[in-house]
Design a protein around this ligand. Structure first.
Ligand code: HEM
Length: 417
C-alpha cells in the first residue's frame, strides 16, 4: 500500500497529525503553495506570500459563508441553531463588505488604543494576582486552569464590562463555535452547543438592555452609546453578534497562545533565563512567540471565481483553508523558522492576526497579555520547568492548536548525580 501523503495525513484523527502537524504543513508547503486536503475538503494555502495575497484580496477570496462552510451539524442541532442565525449571519469572519464594514467600523472605533492603554494597569494587576495564587498552590501546578485561562477571561470581561463571575459560563456557551467546526461530534454534544449559542445571544441581549439603562465605561456601553448617538446604525441583532464574537475571539485565542508559549519557552531554557535576567526585548519576544506558537492554525475563504494561487488552479466555489501557522514557519520568509529565536528581526511580520480586511481587531490587547504574562511569570518563577515526561494532549482540531494542560514544577531542583 502506498504511504499516505502529508495532505492525506493532515486529519486530526490521524496519529501523525497529533504527533507533529507542523512537519506535515512543512512537507505540503515545500511541495506546493496550495494542497487539497481530502479529510477536510478544503484547499490549504501554506506559503507566506500566497497566504498574504489571498487575505489581501477579499473580492476573489470571499469570507461570506466561508466560516459556516466548515460547519457539519446534525439536523437536531441545526433545528436549534440554523446557519441563518445571527452568530453566523452577522459574524465578522463570515461576511464580506458592505455588511462587514458596517459591523467592523463601530468595533474599530470602540477598540481605541486609548481604551486598551487604560486596561494595562488592570491586566498587570491580574497577572500578579494570578501568579500569587499559583505560588500558593505548592510546588507543582497546571498553568492552564490556574493562569493561562483565567487571565484572558478576566481581560475580556473587563473590556466588555461584564461580571467576572459570568466568564466561565460565557466561555462554555461560546465554545460552541469551535464544536460546530469539529467533525464527528456526537449529536447530544452538538445539540448542547446549539443551546449554548442561543444562551449566549440571550445573555448579550440582557447586557445591552442593562447598559442602555445604566451605561459604564466598558465596550458594550461604548457600542450602545454610539448607536444611540447615531454614530453607528447597527441593528440590535448585529450589535449582539459583534459583542458575542468579540467575547469568543478575544479569549480562546489568547488562552491557547499562552499555553503554547509556555510549552515552547520552557523547552528553551536559554530564552527563559534571558527573560529572568531581563536581557530580552520583551516586545520582540512577544511577537516571536506569536509567530512560532499561534493558536489559530488557519481559517476559511471561498473562491468567488475560477482562480490561480501561486500557479495552482482553484475552482470557483472551492473552500480555502488559509494557514497562518504554516505561513509563519515558511523558510522563504523566516530563517530557521521552526526555532523560537529572540531577537528575530522580522518576527513582527508573522500572519498570526491575519491580514487585509479581516485583520484581527485585538492585537494590542493580545500582545499586552502575552508580554506581561510571560515576562512576569519568568521573573516570579525563574526555576519553573515542565513536568518531565508528562503527557500533553492537544485538542484534536485542525484549526486550533490548544494543549489541554501545562503541567509545571515551580521550584525545580536538579537531581544530585
Ligand atoms: C493571540 C490572540 C489572537 C489571535 C491569534 C487572533 C487571531 C485572529 C485572526 C487570525 C483573525 C483573522 C480572521 C480572518 O482572517 O478571517 C482574527 C480576527 C478577529 N479577532 Fe483576533 N486574535 C487574537 C486576539 C484577539 C482579541 C484579544 C480580540 C478581541 C478582544 C480579537 C478579536 C477579533 C475579531 C473581532 C476578529 C474579526 C475581524 C474581522 O473579521 O474583521 N482577537 N483574529
Amino acid at each position: 500500500m502506498p504511504t499516505p501523503t502529508a495532505a492525506e495525513q493532515f486529519d486530526p484523527r490521524n496519529p501523525r497529525f497529533t504527533a507533529d502537524r507542523f512537519a506535515l504543513l512543512a512537507q505540503m508547503r515545500a511541495e506546493s503553495p496550495v494542497t487539497f486536503l481530502p479529510a477536510l475538503h478544503v484547499y490549504a494555502v501554506t506559503r507566506w506570500q500566497e497566504v498574504r495575497d489571498v487575505l489581501g484580496d477579499s473580492v476573489t477570496f470571499a469570507s461570506s459563508e466561508a466560516f459556516s462552510a466548515g460547519v457539519h451539524l446534525a439536523p437536531e442541532a441545526l433545528a436549534i441553531y440554523p446557519l441563518t442565525s445571527l452568530l453566523f449571519a452577522y459574524n465578522l469572519i463570515n461576511v464580506d463588505k458592505p455588511l462587514h464594514k458596517r459591523l467592523r467600523d463601530p468595533l474599530m472605533t470602540a477598540f481605541s488604543p486609548k481604551r486598551i492603554a487604560s486596561l494595562t494597569p488592570t491586566v498587570i494587576a491580574d497577572v500578579e494576582d494570578l501568579l500569587d495564587s499559583v505560588a500558593a498552590s505548592g510546588d507543582q501546578t497546571d498553568l492552564l486552569p490556574t493562569f493561562c485561562r483565567p487571565l484572558p477571561l478576566r481581560t475580556i470581561c473587563r473590556l466588555l464590562g461584564v461580571p467576572l463571575a459570568d466568564a466561565e459560563r460565557l466561555s462554555g456557551w461560546s465554545d460552541a463555535l469551535i464544536a460546530f467546526q469539529t467533525p464527528g461530534l456526537p449529536t447530544p454534544v452538538q445539540v448542547g452547543a446549539a443551546h449554548g449559542l442561543r444562551a449566549l445571544e440571550n445573555y448579550v441581549r440582557e447586557r445591552i438592555a442593562e447598559k442602555t439603562a445604566r451605561p459604564d465605561d466598558g465596550l458594550i456601553s461604548a457600542l450602545v452609546a454610539g448607536r444611540i448617538a447615531g454614530e453607528n446604525d447597527l441593528s440590535e441583532d448585529e450589535l449582539v453578534a459583534d459583542i458575542a464574537i468579540v467575547f469568543f475571539a478575544g479569549h480562546e485565542t489568547t488562552i491557547n497562545t499562552l499555553a503554547n508559549a509556555f510549552h515552547s519557552l520552557l523547552n528553551e531554557r536559554d530564552q527563559w533565563a534571558d527573560i529572568v535576567s531581563g536581557t530580552v526585548d520583551a516586545d520582540n519576544l512577544t511577537d516571536e512567540l506569536l509567530r512560532h506558537d499561534t493558536s489559530v492554525m488557519g481559517l476559511y475563504r471561498r473562491a468567488a471565481v475560477d482562480t490561480v494561487i501561486g500557479g495552482v488552479p482553484v475552482p470557483q466555489g472551492a473552500t480555502l483553508w488559509v494557514s497562518y501557522a504554516a505561513a509563519n514557519r515558511d523558510p522563504a520568509k523566516f530563517d530557521a523558522p521552526e526555532a523560537l529565536q529572540c531577537p528575530r528581526e522580522n518576527a513582527r511580520q508573522h500572519l498570526t492576526f491575519g491580514s487585509g480586511a479581516h485583520y484581527c481587531v485585538g492585537p494590542l490587547l493580545a500582545r499586552l497579555q502575552v508580554r506581561e504574562a510571560i515576562t512576569r511569570a519568568a521573573k516570579r518563577f525563574p526555576e519553573m520547568r515542565l513536568v518531565p515526561g508528562a503527557a500533553v494532549p492537544e485538542i484534536p482540531h485542525h484549526g486550533l492548536r490548544a494543549p489541554t494542560t501545562v503541567p509545571v514544577l515551580l521550584k525545580y531542583k536538579e537531581r544530585p548525580a
